[in-house]
Design a protein around this ligand. Structure first.
Ligand SMILES: O=C(O)CCC(=O)C(=O)O
Length: 266
């Protein structure tokens, strides 16, 4: 077993992984900030969720070979992408992300979804990087309370019913172009951005092809690597344009079933 997989199995996360060069990252940072400032008006659902369906350059970030290599060490060679969720925290913003498990969003069997979180800007405690609670993935699914906290970036302000001590947590400090991996049962959250610059990251949700959805409105996938012998999910189309009508229609198709539950599917 690789060192990465051993560490991930024991702790529920791994970091840092060098995945992208500065040119690509800087270009993506500029484009994402422009979209954040004036989102296209013809998108019916939050553009930052399932954003891998909206533009070829966002999809390209999700299939960065070095990131897929790391994901492959954890879940094997046949890799689906369910979503790429973009988290932008503006300068001096109040928004934070409550402690939660991603497994709270999706009914899956087995719970083997792994998130590859790509830093598009440097991230640290000052600008609201994530923190992980190591080994918390060894618990099963834990109840969450929907707080509807206005300063939460989660659609329903979901918060895990688990007491978390600061001394037990790990700050996910990354340089731009690096990524971390976390298990969908790992408790994690992030604080506000106290700096004068935006903090940007993309959370890409990867699953092995053998996983099945057990409840909630149907989620759909793109095959990022390998072969899909199981065909457990409906497939989405890889975008070929940049927020063009075809990509927006595909985003609409994948997002619509989740609108009634505020894009949280459990
Ligand atoms: O970007 C953040 O601060 C939080 C992201 C997150 O909660 C996730 O990737 O599941």
């Amino acid at each position: 077993m690789s060192e990465l997989k051993k560490f991930y199995n024991e702790n529920g996360y791994y970091l840092p992984i060098d995945v992208l060069d500065n040119d690509k990252i800087n270009l993506s940072a500029n484009k994402l900030q422009a979209i954040y400032q004036s989102p296209p008006s013809n998108i019916k659902h939050p553009w930052n969720l399932q954003a891998h369906l909206l533009a070829d350059w966002i999809y390209d970030l999700c299939v960065s070979p070095k990131l897929l290599d790391a994901v492959e060490e954890v879940i094997g060679p046949n890799i689906l992408i369910q979503s790429a969720d973009i988290f932008i925290k503006p300068a001096k913003g109040k928004k934070h992300i409550n402690w939660h498990q991603d497994a709270n969003y999706w009914g899956l069997n087995p719970y083997e979804l792994v998130t590859g979180w790509i830093a598009i800007t440097d991230v640290n405690l000052e600008n609201g990087c994530m923190s992980y609670l190591p080994k918390s993935h060894l618990h099963q699914k834990i109840e969450h309370t929907e707080t509807f906290d206005k300063n939460s970036d989660l659609t329903r302000g979901q918060e895990i019913n688990l007491k978390i001590n600061d001394k037990d947590v790990v700050a996910v400090t990354l340089k731009k172009g690096q990524a971390s991996l976390h298990h969908c049962l790992l408790a994690h959250g992030s604080g506000p951005n106290k700096t004068n610059f935006p903090r940007i990251g993309i959370a890409v949700r990867y699953l092995p092809t053998y996983v099945k959805q057990t409840k909630g409105p149907p989620i759909s996938m793109i095959l990022a690597r390998g072969i899909d012998e199981y065909k457990n999910f409906k497939m989405d189309e890889i975008p070929t344009g940049d927020f063009d009508n075809k990509s927006i229609a595909e985003h609409d198709k994948a997002s619509s079933p989740h609108a009634a539950s505020n894009y949280a599917t459990s």
